[in-house]
Design a protein around this ligand. Sequence first.
Ligand SMILES: Nc1ncnc2c1ncn2[C@@H]1O[C@H](COP(=O)(O)OP(=O)(O)OP(=O)(O)O)[C@@H](O)[C@H]1O
Ligand SMILES: [Mg+2]
Length: 505
Amino acid sequence: MSVNNHILTAQGITKKFGGITALDNVTIDVHQGKVNVIVGENGAGKSTLMKILSGVYPDYEGDLFVKGEKVNFSNPKEAMKKGIAIIHQELNLIPYLTVTANIFLGREIEDALGMLDFKQMNKLTKSLLQRLDCDIAPTTLVADLRVGQQQQIEIAKALLEDAKVVIMDEPTSAITDTEVENLFKVIANLKKQGVSILYISHKLDELFKIADRFIGLRDGKMVGTIEDISDASKDDLIRLMVGRDLKNLYVKEASPIGEEMLRVENISLPKNREKTEFLVKDVSFSLRKGEVLGIFGLMGAGRTELLETLFGLHPKLMLGKIYIEGEEVKIKSVTDAVNLGMGLVPEDRKEDGLVLQMQICKNVSMASIDQTIKNGFLSKQLEGRLTKNYMSDLKIKASSEKQLSKNLSGGNQQKVVLSKWLATTPKILFLDEPTRGIDVNAKNEIYHLINNLAKNGLGVLVVSSELPEVMAISDRILVMGESRITGEFSQEEANEDAIMNAAIS
Ligand SMILES: Nc1ncnc2c1ncn2[C@@H]1O[C@H](COP(=O)(O)OP(=O)(O)OP(=O)(O)O)[C@@H](O)[C@H]1O
Ligand SMILES: [Mg+2]
């Protein structure tokens, strides 16, 4: 086979999980010194392929070649020896060790006397971090670093082993905008040094900034590549992922807006009991029946904390007043919030939203048991019907409603949590980053669903850091910056520049 500029080749890879074929005879080449982007809908097989390339899954059909040499990895360590490193979405560092200790874990350097040579290790760490243009001190505890910085340490770790290929599976889903910019600089730097990147993300704008080429996966099959980014459009990319044009990219239908559903006055969440610093400060707004109110802000602006506070998660610290349908209410716990007709789809769904060991149908019906009880007994039939409705509305890809949630792809897990809260049929629904990790096609479905909920009289509050999303779905937009409301726009007034300005003011 030809080697030319292909650092890594996967040939005819098939991977089955029980009866599910996650990958079906996939052949791809990774080009050296390029950002090779894998695109595909939720469940297309992207993460599975990356796990095979990096030795996480040793069992599969087909062959892997590194620079033309056939390889077989039984674990990630062996892949690393051949220069292939994966940066998982869930980072794997040990918080109470220093940066240096994490980077050298399991391959510590000893001096002539057999003692750990911290001086030497710190020095090497420093030079690795310099390669990344990163000025974190080697002796810092990992626990004191932000997520984006921890990600840099993972990358430094890969460089120590002299990685030739670095795989990044949705690396920007949990980091701030500045950290994203930093990551892109790091990627540009790695490219200059001849390192190849394999990159996965559902944020299309981001992909156009860094991709050199696209590889499309659909239903476990390789469906094509786009080699010349310069004359590719967003539509071309969507066609590669979805297999057709997405004609009706979502346009909001006007729905009648009714009386006030929720009003909050001077809501604050102090950081500490002394009330010197605040996570949320003096937030007031109202939300009406049938209205979709978007809350835009950069990561860290206090949006998630605001939703949590209103939802009864910080009853001891919270200040301010909440009114539902004109009456003042006291929300001292999540149970209070749910009883008052509120629902919250949290941002960190793996931690707060989903029981991975349970079937999809159990997760979906968990918060709305009343809908699945018939004559005093839990009805499997009702539970199944409820779940199947959401599976078809949100296009959840699974073998059946009885599949275990842990075996779903990342995006499909998100959709299960979303279903769970939609099934509670709240009057007031808070959605925190509802489409994070969700593919472009399913995003549209979710926008339609939000619109339908509003049409049915719900008040919906949507937090999002994706500006095009907020603008597409909201009747009105509040902007948060540094814990406060820094702007408000009606749908007609809203434009990207004005909103962005308010967010960074
Ligand atoms: N451990 C597993 N057991 C059973 N099925 C699995 C397992 N891991 C993945 N699958 C299935 O394989 C298919 C591909 O999943 P994969 O995680 O590779 O998708 P993906 O392209 O990364 O999607 P996403 O964009 O949602 O992250 C899915 O149908 C998924 O349900
Ligand atoms: Mg994935």
